[in-house]
Design a protein around this ligand. Sequence first.
Ligand SMILES: NC(=O)c1ccc[n+]([C@@H]2O[C@H](COP(=O)([O-])OP(=O)(O)OC[C@H]3O[C@@H](n4cnc5c(N)ncnc54)[C@H](O)[C@@H]3O)[C@@H](O)[C@H]2O)c1
Ligand SMILES: O=c1ccn([C@@H]2O[C@H](COP(=O)(O)OP(=O)(O)O[C@H]3OC[C@](O)(CO)[C@H]3O)[C@@H](O)[C@H]2O)c(=O)[nH]1
Length: 390
Amino acid sequence: MASVARVDLDGNPIKPITICMIGAGGFIGSHLCEKLMSETPHKVLALDVYNDKIKHLLEPENAHPWSDRIQFHRLNIKQDSRLEGLIKMADLTINLAAICTPADYNTRPLDTIYSNFIDALPVVKYCSENNKRLIHFSTCEVYGKTIGSYLPKDSPLRQDPAYYVLKEDESPCIFGSIEKQRWSYACAKQLIERLIYAEGAENGLEFTIVRPFNWIGPRMDFIPGIDGPSEGVPRVLACFSNNLLRREPLKLVDGGQSQRTFVYIKDAIEAVMLMIENPARANSHIFNVGNPNNEVTVRQLGEMMTEVYVKVSGEPKLETPTIDVSSQEFYGVGYDDSDKRIPDMTIINKQLGWNPKTSLWDLLESTLTYQHRTYAEAVKKAISQASATS
Ligand SMILES: NC(=O)c1ccc[n+]([C@@H]2O[C@H](COP(=O)([O-])OP(=O)(O)OC[C@H]3O[C@@H](n4cnc5c(N)ncnc54)[C@H](O)[C@@H]3O)[C@@H](O)[C@H]2O)c1
Ligand SMILES: O=c1ccn([C@@H]2O[C@H](COP(=O)(O)OP(=O)(O)O[C@H]3OC[C@](O)(CO)[C@H]3O)[C@@H](O)[C@H]2O)c(=O)[nH]1
């Protein structure tokens, strides 16, 4: 059946483009590559140091109808002479590359700052010098803490959205003090945003900046001791999944009182596709991409994940499903946290007409089904081997 001609939001035909995707082997990159290969005629130059999460897209020649549209280039953008040539070959560069797990920010602050600022500099330079469009992945963490978090605990103003809703072109960036090295990441992300914005203002760089608000789903991070280092500390979805798989209590840092909004990766990828295929509407904009309807405390997230896991695994929940731990014990010295992250959706609604669709319960059900199917046997084997050798 002839494929229907694809049009953008203004009814114009969408021409096939070549995308240089840096960090394509990661969580977001793997879902974006899947979408681009299965639903569009676009080509992808996939750059990363790893490709485990996109191997299924790269199978031998002719295994897929898209095998001539995706190329994997194993490279580290810190020092690789191929980078500029690959950017020049593409119409659009998407930069996802980062150290972006909070356990690293206060324990590896130099690596974190280099990864999120210094290493991104040549990408911005090559795009600007070669008149190539750039979509750069920043983070909701650039907002840091809410203004409301500095009000007295019992202040009624804390309930006023003006004190906690995060707006791309209005909200300040509020970080803790320098010895709170957790903020090394957010500050590096803020400075690269400012550099990109200045390249746009002074040299006409066509850019879009994305601020993801806790995107979660299959293939996020790793399960420690199974497909990542045993001592590794991934982001909360993988931490809690690991605890559930190992039938351990979930660890609630400082009582799990911080709040987050979570958006399903498949909803978020739709937003990125709209940015890719509607440059006139996306250029020069910063976009919050999140789901303000999915707000929970970390404790509530743990409770919900426990309920969902009982359903997908058939295993009863533990007598003690959660335990409180201090941030110093869990992350070490220099940790600090964002209190609340509610994205204002005005700009992305106006420019791209995007809204998230999936409830937190539904996204956790599909994600924990994936986690259980993918890891349960390997975890059981690891536990029995550990007990046999102890
Ligand atoms: N997932 C989220 O909810 C979220 C939230 C906020 C911001 N972000 C941002 O989105 C981007 C992608 O995040 P993700 O969740 O997919 O993370 P991820 O860690 O799964 O993916 C990042 C990828 O970049 C690659 N990479 C890192 N440094 C590199 C280098 N020097 N050279 C080549 N490749 C390199 C890694 O190998 C990895 O595959 C990051 O910039 C992150 O800061 C993500
Ligand atoms: O076992 C755990 C792990 C974490 N927590 C707490 O959960 C909150 C969320 O933590 P996490 O998912 O690791 O990351 P953050 O949301 O703090 O920051 C990320 O958001 C966006 C991004 O930029 C990239 O993904 C990254 O910086 C937090 O409060 C932890 O303390 C827990 O209680 N138990």
